[in-house]
Write a protein that binds this ligand. Structure first.
Ligand code: SAH
Length: 273
């Protein structure tokens, strides 16, 4: 299935969150592997990426944090526990929101972590109503990343911090690799994808000051082959959802992406003046 519009992105998450989470784990994002955790499992490495995001947030106990594109809530719950904050997560997938709220209840954290259906392009929150905002691997789904960033800046209080983790292109893609990147865009609902400088410039144009811009492509890169391996192993369970052709296409795209040096990953921190 190709996901090339916001409606397709929603459908993709409504349909594939469950099988995806069963195969990859409840963190619906890439892992982070470096010398200190080279043998880490996918669960540990994806938690590590969440922790790298948390590091970029300047928050105190009791602060209000917005998680834009919350998946099934695992990162928000980890953040709430690590920093004793209150978190509101939003997603455009209702099944994700329901599952995330069930997780918050199961973990005894529903009094300070909750999830709602909302579109990042049009946030249903007052100006300056959050101390921090995070977007963990969600902004590439936005039809207009600048607008999503302006919305996030609007709901952030002056002095509040933003943390973003997302796919980027480190350089223009070589001609023979373009097909693979196009397959990644279409298959993964990647509507916004560009360079690091362009990303920083969008953040600045939203009225924020960039405080950190870390190219973690090397640490995130094993995620491509790990995803391909995980889906290959789960072939019998996942084929009924994706069909043999869809699954083969996904596995071959991720294997090929592991060999595309331009496919990068950015961690970005910013502050509202
Ligand atoms: N941050 C989560 C999920 C990442 S997957 C995690 O790391 O586990 C991307 C998320 O972005 C999904 O939850 C998807 O529903 C959400 N998303 C995509 N487009 C969105 C939009 N326009 N508004 C809000 N959420 C969106």
């Amino acid at each position: 299935m190709a996901a090339t519009t916001p409606k397709d992105v929603r459908q993709m998450y409504d349909d594939f969150t469950d099988p995806y989470a069963r195969i990859w784990g409840a963190n619906l994002h890439f892992g982070y592997w470096d010398d200190t955790n080279a043998d880490a499992s996918v669960d540990d490495a994806t938690d590590r990426l969440t922790d790298e995001m948390i590091r970029l947030l300047d928050v105190d106990a009791g602060d209000r944090v917005l998680d834009v594109g919350c998946g099934i809530g695992k990162p928000a719950l980890r953040l709430a526990k690590a920093r004793d904050v209150r978190v509101t997560g939003i997603s455009i997938s209702r099944p994700q929101v329901d599952q995330a709220n069930s997780r918050a209840i199961a973990e005894g954290l529903a009094h300070r972590v909750s999830f709602a259906f909302a579109d990042a392009m049009d946030l249903p929150f007052e100006d300056a109503s959050f101390d921090a905002v995070l977007a963990l691997e969600s902004l590439h789904h936005m039809p207009d990343r600048g607008r999503a960033l302006r919305e996030m800046a609007r709901v952030l209080r002056p002095g509040g911090t933003l943390a973003v983790a997302d796919f980027v292109l480190l350089a223009p893609v070589e001609e023979e690799k373009k097909k693979v990147v196009d397959a990644f865009r279409a298959g993964g609902g990647v509507l916004s994808l560009g360079g690091i400088e362009e990303y920083e410039s969008d953040v600045r144009q939203a009225g924020l000051v960039v405080t950190a811009s870390e190219d973690i492509s090397t640490q995130a890169r094993p995620s491509f082959s790990r995803t391909a391996e995980a889906f290959e192993l789960a072939r019998p369970q996942v084929e009924p959802f994706m069909g043999a052709d869809g699954l083969n296409q996904m596995i071959s795209t991720f294997r090929a992406l592991a060999e595309v040096p331009e496919a990068g990953y950015l961690l970005l921190g910013a502050r509202r003046p």
